[in-house]
Unconditional design. Structure first.
Length: 133
């Protein structure tokens, strides 16, 4: 369990670094409202568990609520589309696994192919190595 907590703290640090670097001029007053962490899988799984650990660390570090919102379906494409269409203000973060987002997305065709790397750059986000979901 201690290993999971350390990993959660590491991921939270990555998210904070991404948020600060993407906030730009807002950095001194960010965050001013709750942050939404969009999880690409159902509640209760490994990815959801890790997202909740990260959300707790972010809440403690930033002093602002972090809402974990699960948007399962289409192997993460529903959550990815939601984040890609969100306002690029740093308040909507994408949380998924690396293997799922990279292996299946090309097969889904051109209708929806948001690049998780782009989402992370515009919105801030975290991708874990395949958590076995």
């Amino acid at each position: 369990m201690n290993r999971i907590r350390r990993f959660g703290a590491f991921v939270a640090g990555l998210v904070i670094a991404t948020l600060i670097s993407s906030a730009g001029a807002q950095a001194q007053d960010y965050p001013t409202r709750p942050i939404r962490l969009i999880v690409a899988f159902t509640a209760g799984g490994t990815t959801d568990f890790m997202a909740r650990l990260v959300a707790d660390k972010l809440k403690n570090s930033l002093g602002q609520s972090v809402i974990v919102e699960n948007r399962p379906g289409a192997n993460g494409a529903i959550a990815a589309e939601y984040v890609a269409k969100a306002e690029p203000d740093g308040y909507t973060l994408f949380f998924t696994t690396w293997a799922r987002s990279r292996s299946i997305r090309p097969a889904q065709g051109p209708a929806l192919r948001p690049d998780p790397g782009l989402c992370a750059g515009r919105h801030g986000g975290v991708q874990l190595d395949d958590a076995g979901e």
